[in-house]
Design a protein. Structure first.
Ligand code: CA2
Length: 143
């Protein structure tokens, strides 16, 4: 069975608990359950990780890129800071879709730049939890 990797970055384990006006009311478990339902229908298996630590995300890309056919990543705040995650993705041969719940271009100027987007197949920003679902469906259809 094809495997797809899902990585949630820092603070996303707090989803649904604060700032629902920006990030919606779904918890991370809710989003992961929606993704598992899609995966079941598409006959793919998911590896789902959340980390608040940049190095753990770099390690996960190294460990999983060989045996997964795609990656959906919300790098959260590391989007705007992390050359390390960018370099890990650039060196990996895994098609990656960058997802943001909020529209980062409608927010503070420091969120307008992504170090990650140029090494991704595409970016989805501002569609809430649906963005993850769309990214997963794209990766299922692509391979
Ligand atoms: O819109 C997104 O998905 C972001 O990646 C979320 C990040 C933010 O730094 C990016 O600019 C855009 C922040 C995730 C923090 O999530 C929280 C959720 C609830 C309570 C506190 C933080």
């Amino acid at each position: 069975m094809k495997k797809i990797l899902i990585i949630h970055g820092p603070n996303l384990n707090q989803l649904g608990k604060r700032e629902p006006d920006i990030y919606g009311t779904d918890t991370l478990d809710d989003i992961n359950q929606q993704l598992q339902a899609i995966a079941q229908a598409e006959s793919v298996s998911l590896t789902i990780l959340q980390s608040n630590h940049e190095g753990d995300i770099v390690d996960a890309i190294h460990v999983h890129e060989q045996d997964h056919v795609g990656l959906v990543i919300n790098p959260a705040a590391f989007t705007h800071t992390s050359i390390a995650i960018r370099d890990a993705l650039a060196a990996a041969s895994i098609p990656t879709v960058e997802v943001h719940l909020s529209n980062i271009y409608q927010r503070e100027a420091f969120r307008h730049h992504s170090y990650i987007s140029s090494v991704c197949v595409g970016q989805i920003s501002g569609l809430g939890a649906y963005g993850y679902a769309a990214a997963l469906r794209y990766l299922c259809a692509r391979d």
